[in-house]
Design a protein around this ligand. Structure first.
Ligand SMILES: [Zn+2]
Ligand SMILES: [Zn+2]
Length: 232
């Protein structure tokens, strides 16, 4: 049994690898997002603004310069991108360009039920084996869940209301395949960040049993963090 949540000590540490700023469609700066994440005592907040096939260098240079403010704080500020609405055959190129430009976290905007994302986007992201997280993959297939397991690509349970429509389906397929899962906020504003206790409830609401919570809320994020920090 896990201990009851308390305001002082949430039951699980909070790792969030998906959020946005006004550099794309969020409503505030990276600096402000990290400041609020620090206040919520997050361990990690990755800023992953939207990227198409344009040069990712300016976006990442800007995020890198803002991340410096938090280097001495308990919060780990990660920088990255969410490859969004790129035709599936162009996904590998966009992912690699982002890595070359210094993205620590690379997400692909998956086939959410909330938008018309090109079919084949989930598969392109999962076949590549170089994507950290497939965000809000919608009606994921068992074959795609198996690819996620094989490549260690995290399947996302979304804290965004519209993207969360398929969370239960994604949790079920990921558990069946043994694929890693994580809960991300996809916050576009500071108040959309998920406090640790709400992230736990999002996981439970997706149908995860209590005994899988630590794997999703802490183990998979920590494994990703380790991988990120090993990269130069
Ligand atoms: Zn997205
Ligand atoms: Zn997003």
């Amino acid at each position: 049994m896990s201990e009851p949540a308390s305001a002082d000590r949430p039951p699980y540490a909070r790792y969030d690898f998906h959020s946005h700023t006004y550099l794309t469609d969020g409503n505030t700066s990276a600096t402000a997002m990290w400041r609020y994440a620090l206040q919520l005592r997050h361990e990690v907040l990755a800023i992953t603004d939207h990227l198409g096939t344009e040069d990712p260098a300016p976006l990442l240079a800007r995020l890198r310069s803002e991340a410096r403010a938090w280097e001495d704080s308990p919060l780990i500020p990660l920088i990255g991108v969410e490859v969004t609405h790129v035709p599936p055959r162009k996904v590998p190129e966009a992912v690699r360009a982002a890595r070359r430009a210094g993205a620590e976290v690379v997400i692909v905007h998956g086939e959410t039920l909330a938008e018309q994302v090109l079919p084949g986007t989930n598969r392109a992201a999962l076949e590549l084996g170089e994507v950290d997280i497939l965000a809000h993959p919608g009606l994921l297939t068992p074959e795609e869940a198996e690819l996620a397991r094989a490549h260690g690509t995290i399947l996302e349970l979304s804290g965004q209301r519209a993207h969360a429509l398929a969370n239960g389906h994604i949790a079920r397929l990921a558990l069946a395949a043994g694929a890693p899962l994580a809960v991300d906020s996809d916050a576009h504003a500071p108040e959309q960040l998920l406090p640790a206790e709400l992230a736990r409830k999002v996981a439970l609401g997706a149908g995860l049993p209590e005994d899988r919570l630590r794997a999703v809320l802490e183990d998979a994020p920590r494994a990703l963090l380790k991988r990120v920090r090993r990269n130069p």
